[in-house]
Design a protein around this ligand. Structure first.
Ligand code: NAD
Length: 285
């Protein structure tokens, strides 16, 4: 299932991967792209991203049957405000933001009656960003969470079929649950990875870069995601405060408990904890 005309707003990792996945799926949609920066638009033109790159968001969405907001979460509201009056009656609009409650709150007021807003979140990414980072396989066998939040069944099913054609599996979720699940499986892990690098860097000032220089695979594997885009991640935390603070609270409780085990020499509890969590981790392919 496709849409005859698609507009991609924001031309980074996610939007560019969507474009290449659409082409791989053989969709013959006409795809128009727009990003705020001239550099990004020039790069997109140079690498053949989209059928047409235009210089305003308003021009990108005119006549589109599906509009995809693929900008940082904090920019969604501003973009929706600009394009709202130009949306084709009856079209669908979706976003790919990593947070749902705040995005829905910021976007919905700008959408005219009769437009179908179906929020979504592909659970796929890399630590790279920008139009050249995208690739057609990004969504293969990954989940795309669909958060209908009042959208019609018809519009929701059409978007689900579209994401499935891009390689993803889809699952519907309600807004609050989405934000909590993502805080656990994505947002807090990123915060901890950023923190690990920060701590290592602080230490390395004392020990002449040794921490960074001699980092073994554990540190490298664990902190790969700390190379992710700072704007995107700032916006995630600024817009998913309740869920991330709650999970961070739980995390620090666990950390303090483990700290106590180490201090008191309670190796049995540590061993039990690692055994239980290893079992859970090994279940994740
Ligand atoms: P990216 O940094 O690769 O690209 C963002 C794009 O948005 C850039 O082209 C930038 O020029 C453009 N942009 C920024 N502000 C804009 C504005 N006001 N108007 C128009 N264009 C603007 O980011 P990405 O990784 O593609 O992420 C895009 C969205 O997808 C974010 O909301 C993010 O939360 C979500 N997401 C990201 C990942 C991931 O792992 N990277 C995964 C799932 C969802």
């Amino acid at each position: 299932m496709s849409y005859p005309k698609v507009a991609l707003i924001g031309l980074g990792l996610i939007a560019s991967s969507m474009f290449w996945a659409m082409r791989r799926a053989g969709m013959d949609s006409h795809v128009t792209g727009y990003a705020r920066s001239q550099d990004t638009r020039d790069t997109a033109r140079r690498i053949g991203l989209c059928d047409e790159i235009v210089d305003t968001a308003e021009d990108a969405v005119r006549g589109a049957d599906l509009v995809v907001l693929a900008v940082p979460v904090g920019a969604m509201g501003r973009v929706a405000q600009a394009i709202g009056p130009c949306l084709k009656p009856g079209c669908s609009i979706t976003d790919v933001g990593s947070v749902k409650a705040a995005v829905i709150e910021q976007v919905r007021p700008h959408l005219p009656e009769g437009v179908n807003f179906v929020p979504a979140h592909p659970m796929a990414g890399t630590e790279h960003s920008g139009p050249e980072a995208g690739f057609a396989q990004l969504f293969d066998n990954r989940w795309c969470l669909i958060v209908p939040d009042g959208a019609s069944d018809e519009a929701t099913e059409r978007l689900e079929a579209y994401w499935q054609a891009l390689g993803a599996n889809t699952e519907r979720m309600d807004v609050a649950h989405h934000d909590q699940v993502c805080a656990v499986v994505s947002h807090i892990p990123h915060l901890i990875a950023y923190t690990m690098v920060g701590v290592a860097d602080d230490l390395s000032r004392v020990s002449d870069q040794e921490v960074i220089k001699f980092s073994a695979a554990g540190f490298r594997d664990f902190t790969r995601i700390a190379a992710s885009d700072p704007t995107m991640w700032r916006d995630v935390f600024m817009n998913n405060k309740d869920a991330t603070l709650e999970i961070l609270g739980r995390f620090t409780e666990e950390l303090f408990a483990l700290q106590r085990c180490i201090r008191t020499g309670d190796g049995d509890t540590l061993h039990d904890y690692f055994t239980r969590t290893r079992g859970i981790r090994r279940g994740i392919v």
